[in-house]
Design a protein around this ligand. Structure first.
Ligand code: NAP
Length: 246
């Protein structure tokens, strides 16, 4: 009898929010999980300790995804401590709504370096380092379909993520690796809630016919499916998970 090697999933921006929930799901699915984070070592390590207590394999690694050398070092560390990666979840991202005409060069650069170059950096490593038969799931946003004022630059970054998803799926021909995106509607995390009044939050919550905000769990379940063998025929697609909002 051969023993099946435990598969490895790397989740960027997994210290909190949607990424932390994806991590818990993938760990329950049997993956050894790598929790990448930018600065919140405490929350990342708390999640690792919780998972280890449950008998799961988990590791936290600090790396700013916008920095190519740090992303390369992240892949190196995962390979040396656990092995080659099977599943990459590009979840790290920022949202700071601002009218386009009021957006500073600094904010524009921050947006594109984290939300776009961050995804580019991990995809480039994954191109040569992901195991055949693997899965890549990128986080886009339903904001792209809503065209609300204040979201021009954020939507520009997520449009790039969706473009990478479609082309990279084709460039990985012959490797049995699927590349898909999930585009959530509003989800109750710091990224969405920060800076919004209760009234604004309630207005967003009423927008989808299911009349509530998404929860990290709603998105994590979909990512878990896309990371599983059951999703094997879905490739190069963006799945809009938003309660029917758009
Ligand atoms: P969140 O609660 O603000 O968490 C963001 C995560 O990204 C944190 O773990 C943070 O790490 C990490 N991060 C930020 N910059 C990073 C960097 N340069 N390098 C590595 N990690 C970095 O956000 P969220 O709501 O869970 O969003 C996750 C993803 O879903 C994002 O791509 C977002 O655009 C997308 N999304 C969210 C919503 C929503 O309504 N929440 C809707 C649609 C799409 P630290 O804790 O160390 O700072």
């Amino acid at each position: 009898m051969t023993t099946q090697k435990q598969k490895i999933a790397l989740i960027t921006g997994a210290s909190r929010g949607i990424g932390a929930s994806i991590t818990q799901h993938l760990a329950s699915d049997g993956f050894a999980v790598v929790i990448n984070y930018a600065s919140n070592a405490e929350t990342a390590n708390t999640l690792v300790n919780e998972l280890i207590k449950e008998g799961k394999t988990a590791l936290a690694i600090k790396a700013d995804v916008s920095q190519p050398a740090q992303v390369k070092a992240l892949f190196d560390e995962v390979e040396s401590k656990l092995g080659t990666i099977d599943v990459l979840i590009n979840n790290a991202g920022i949202l700071k709504t601002q009218a386009l005409a009021d957006t500073s060069d600094e904010l524009f650069e921050q947006y594109f370096s984290i939300n776009v170059q961050g995804v580019f950096n991990t995809l480039r490593e994954a191109g040569s380092r992901l195991n055949n038969g693997g899965r890549i799931i990128n986080l886009s946003s339903t904001a792209l379909a809503l065209n609300l004022p204040g979201y021009a630059v954020y939507n520009g970054t997520k449009a790039a993520v969706e473009a990478f998803t479609k082309v990279f799926a084709k460039e990985l021909r012959g490797r049995s690796i699927t590349v898909n995106a999930v585009a959530p509607g509003p989800v109750a995390t710091e990224l969405f809630l920060n800076g919004k009044s209760e009234e604004m939050i309630q207005n967003f919550a009423k927008m989808p016919p299911l009349e509530r905000l998404g929860q990290p769990e709603d998105i994590a379940q979909i990512v878990s499916f896309l990371a599983s063998p059951a999703s094997g025929w879905i490739n190069g697609q963006t799945l809009r998970a938003n309660g029917g909002l758009a």
